[in-house]
Design a protein around this ligand. Structure first.
Ligand SMILES: [Cu+2]
Length: 118
């Protein structure tokens, strides 16, 4: 009986450690169509609510979003789709037209006639 308990104990330990091993994170960089500080807040807030995303940071210098995520919970494709859903292009994927139309003029792309700079 004692032996059985210790075998079970080891099995549980192994199971838990494999769960921890899966918590490893990965980092991707996504080129976005973000323009300003408002975009940065909007994007980083949206990312904070996305499943599997640990953290995100948008650089307004090169408009690149750096995302730390759990590869067992989400994928780069899902992250790009989440960006599209709030109105931004992400690498080669296009912004959702309705979400883009709802953006403030300063957040629209510079080549858009609706774009107004701050
Ligand atoms: Cu903006």
């Amino acid at each position: 009986m004692q032996k059985l308990i210790s075998i079970l104990f080891v099995a549980i330990l192994l199971a838990t450690s494999s769960v921890f091993a899966q918590k490893k994170t990965e980092v991707i960089k996504i080129k976005t169509s973000a323009q300003c500080e408002m975009c940065k807040t909007r994007i980083e807030t949206a990312m904070a609510y996305e499943k599997g995303i640990v953290s995100s940071d948008l650089s307004l210098v090169d408009k690149v979003l750096t995302v730390t995520y759990k590869p067992n919970k989400t994928t780069p494709d899902k992250i790009r789709k989440a960006l599209n859903a709030v109105g931004y292009d992400a690498d080669d994927t296009q912004a959702d037209p309705k979400a883009y139309a709802a953006l403030s003029p300063c957040c629209k792309k510079p080549d858009d006639p609706d774009h107004i700079s701050h």
